[in-house]
Design a protein around this ligand. Structure first.
Ligand code: HEC
Ligand code: HEC
Ligand code: HEC
Length: 117
């Protein structure tokens, strides 16, 4: 094979690799909608992708726990997270801050997040 033909084959191959390589835009975004364990107060329904869209920064929550299903319960069981730490220092804190700023916000009352059967 002539050298130019070898280069041509390599370029096709490398372009193909680039097209299939994962990029920042198709990272695993997890479930769109979740139901989080809320103890005695009942489950908490959480629109995950809606928050990703309005907040942009994954670490607004994931600085406290990794991007893994069941991570919060696992860290709570191991003592690395206190009960209600995510709720108080992330969920409710942010909703209060946004409300104070007059921005679109989420619920701050127990019964607006926790669903009792
Ligand atoms: C407002 C809070 C919040 C933001 C912002 C957020 N997440 Fe999550 N994420 C969660 C919660 C809560 C869980 C569930 C953890 C658990 O099950 O204990 C989760 C779980 C996940 C999981 C695990 C799979 C699953 O479906 O449970 C992945 C992957 C993930 N998030 C990716 C992301 C990415 C990527 C971003 C940013 C684009 C992001 N998250 C932004 C709260 C958030
Ligand atoms: C913005 C939504 C939201 C609001 C408002 C809210 N919670 Fe929660 N709550 C959660 C989430 C998410 C969890 C699970 C994560 C955690 O424990 O930090 C939780 C967990 C809990 C737990 C279980 C803790 C454990 O592991 O034993 C209790 C009890 C609880 N909340 C009580 C309350 C009470 C009482 C109020 C009102 C004063 C309230 N919550 C308001 C979202 C909320
Ligand atoms: C850093 C800010 C921030 C954090 C952290 C955050 N939220 Fe929110 N949340 C918002 C904003 C802003 C809205 C208003 C709607 C929108 O723009 O997505 C909202 C809306 C909501 C709504 C109402 C959705 C609707 O369609 O009416 C629920 C329920 C909610 N949040 C639950 C939670 C829970 C549970 C957590 C913690 C696991 C949490 N949020 C953490 C900013 C936050």
């Amino acid at each position: 094979m002539r050298r130019s033909a070898i280069y041509a084959v390599m370029i096709v191959f490398l372009t193909g690799l680039a097209a299939t390589a994962p990029t920042a835009t198709d990272q695993d975004k997890g479930a769109e909608q979740m139901s989080l364990e809320g103890g005695s107060q009942g489950m908490v329904s959480f629109p995950h992708h809606q928050h990703q869209k309005s907040l942009a920064d994954c670490n607004a929550c994931h600085d406290l726990f990794p991007q893994e299903a069941g991570a919060i319960e696992k860290l709570k069981a191991g003592g690395a997270l206190k009960n209600r730490q995510v709720m108080n220092t992330r969920c409710i804190k942010c909703h209060r801050d946004k409300k104070r700023e007059g921005a679109a916000t989420g619920p701050t009352l127990c019964s607006q997040c926790h669903q009792r059967e």
